[in-house]
Structure formats: C-alpha cells, structure tokens
Design a protein. Structure first.
Length: 300
C-alpha cells in the first residue's frame, strides 16, 4: 500500500509511521470506508473515506459532511475504470450514512493536501469532474529559504510604533497564557486552531513554538505558531483578531516568527495551504508558490 502510494503520489510520499498516525490511528478511521483494489494479490488502487464519529471542536460532528482525503490507482491500471469503481463504491457508503457533502482532501485534523495537485496530478481533476465534483477555487502551498534572513527596516519601525503608541508587544508564549490563548482562539478562530494549540501545549512545546501579540493589559491580540505536526519548518497558523486588523500586527508577528526560526537553525519555512489575501501577504514577504491545488467538492 505505502509503496504504491509513494509511486503514485510522488510529491506527497508517506512513511509507515505517518500512515499509521494520520490514518489508522485517526479516531474517525473506519475500515469499511478504506477501500482497496487488488489483482493477483497485489494492491493496484486505494480510496480512503472519512466521516466524523467524534465532534471536532466547535464544528461538532458536521453530520452532512464526508471526505476523500486520498485516492490513487497504479499507473499501469489507470483508465480502466478502477478509480471510478472505487470512488462510486465509497460514495454509496457515504450516502447510506446520510452524507451529502463530499470534499476531496482538506480533511482535518489529519489532512494530507487541500485537494488534487494541479501540476503533479492534473489528470485527477477532469476525472473527478466526470464524477460530478466541482472546482470551487485554488489553494496553494508556499515556501521561503531563510539563509541571510533579516527583518525589514520598515517592519522594525512598525514594531516600535506599535510598542510606543499602543503598548502592543510581541512575546513568547508562557503557561500563564494557556486559558487566555484558548479563549482567544475559540472566539476568533474556532475549530482546528484550538486543537493545534492544545496538542502543542500537551507536548510542552508552547514556549518554543508560539508567539503572541498582547496589549498593555496583556490581552491577546494575535497569535502565531509553527511545527503543528512536529515538522520544524512548517509555518502557521497565525492570525490577528478582526477588530485589530489593519495595524500591521500580523506583519510584525510573521517576521518575528521567521527570525525566531532562523535563530534556531531552521533555514526553510513552508506552509501547506493558503489562498486569496493571505497568499498575497506571503508573496509580498518573498514566499513562493510551490504547489497549486484545486479545491473540489460534490454536493448531492
């Protein structure tokens, strides 16, 4: 299975450990939604389905939703209807469970990609379109090499202005901020971000991986994190409360995190998924698009 995965999804390889952690040990994993195509005892295709058995933070069970996080067919057996049979068989199982909204990729918490890679697996997009899936947009993965990194002078000036005029500081997370941070995220960014922080704090990695923007009264205004999956260069999530946007707090947080990473000997920063205004923000900071994904969904 894993050998075939790495042959087919060559830009998204997995190890045995990752396969077990992100699929088999996912609390929502259901063997009945994990379909395999075989011939003469050899695996030639795979299609994984996920539905929620347990509530996902504030999103709850999302009872109408289902996901196909990953699907592939051996190159020698493509265009023979095998992939179509796998997807249709999985969809039938979804419909019997009362699911009417099926998303490709983009499954949280253990997602692999936000949808079909437009460049690496471009043929998968018309394949899924032929099955009734619609392209709703594009999500991109981005990266930046940090060799010789330095914080731009204009960002340094903004940081000083925020401190002098508004008392806004960028600080490293401490345990005193555990409940305030969880509360800030539940109010401003409910869902997966709360889980990301909780899991990071359970590993006692908050001081190392999280930066906060606070005001004079030590209220949290913004948050920035890295390594949510223990991959040191993985940036995000990060965000600023809606009422405080427009003051460049996010820019300062972003560059402070990059400098912190650089000082730790992390020379490559990347993020798996962004789009629209956020993508333009990262592009202005010098990040480059490394992957382009189609965001696809089917609603019955």
């Amino acid at each position: 299975m894993i050998n075939l995965w790495n042959k087919c999804l060559f830009k998204d390889p997995v190890s045995t450990e990752i396969f077990h952690k992100k699929i088999l040990l996912d609390p929502n994993f259901d063997p009945d939604l994990c379909l395999v195509a075989e011939t003469d005892g050899s695996v030639i295709g795979y299609c994984l389905g996920m539905v929620r058995k347990y509530p996902y933070e504030e999103r709850g069970l999302e009872p109408e939703r289902a996901w196909i996080p990953v699907m592939f067919v051996h190159p020698d057996f493509q265009r023979q209807g095998i992939g179509r049979q796998l997807v249709l068989a999985l969809e039938e199982k979804f419909y019997k469970l009362g699911k009417s909204n099926i998303t490709l990729g983009a499954y949280s918490p253990n997602y692999f990609f936000p949808g079909p890679d437009k460049d690496a697996y471009g043929g998968s997009i018309p394949f899924f379109e032929s099955l009734g899936y619609k392209v709703l947009g594009e999500a991109v993965g981005m990266d930046l090499v940090l060799y010789n990194f330095k914080i731009p002078e204009d960002v340094k000036k903004i940081k000083k202005q925020l401190e002098d005029e508004h008392g806004i500081q960028i600080i490293r997370f401490t345990k005193d901020y555990t409940l305030p941070l969880l509360g800030f995220l539940k109010e401003n960014f409910p869902g997966g971000w709360v889980r990301n922080v909780r899991e990071t704090l359970e590993k006692f990695k908050g001081e190392e991986r999280i930066l906060l923007a606070i005001d004079r009264e030590r209220n949290i205004l913004g948050y920035c994190q890295r390594a949510i999956d223990d991959l040191e260069g993985h940036f995000g999530p990060f965000g600023v409360s809606e009422k405080m946007r427009g003051k460049k707090i996010g820019s300062v947080l972003f560059y402070e995190m990059l400098m912190d990473m650089y000082s730790r000997g992390i020379y490559h920063v990347w993020l798996a998924w962004t789009d629209n205004d956020a993508q333009r923000f990262y592009e202005r900071a010098g990040m480059k698009v490394m992957k382009r994904h189609a965001v696809m969904k089917k609603i019955r």
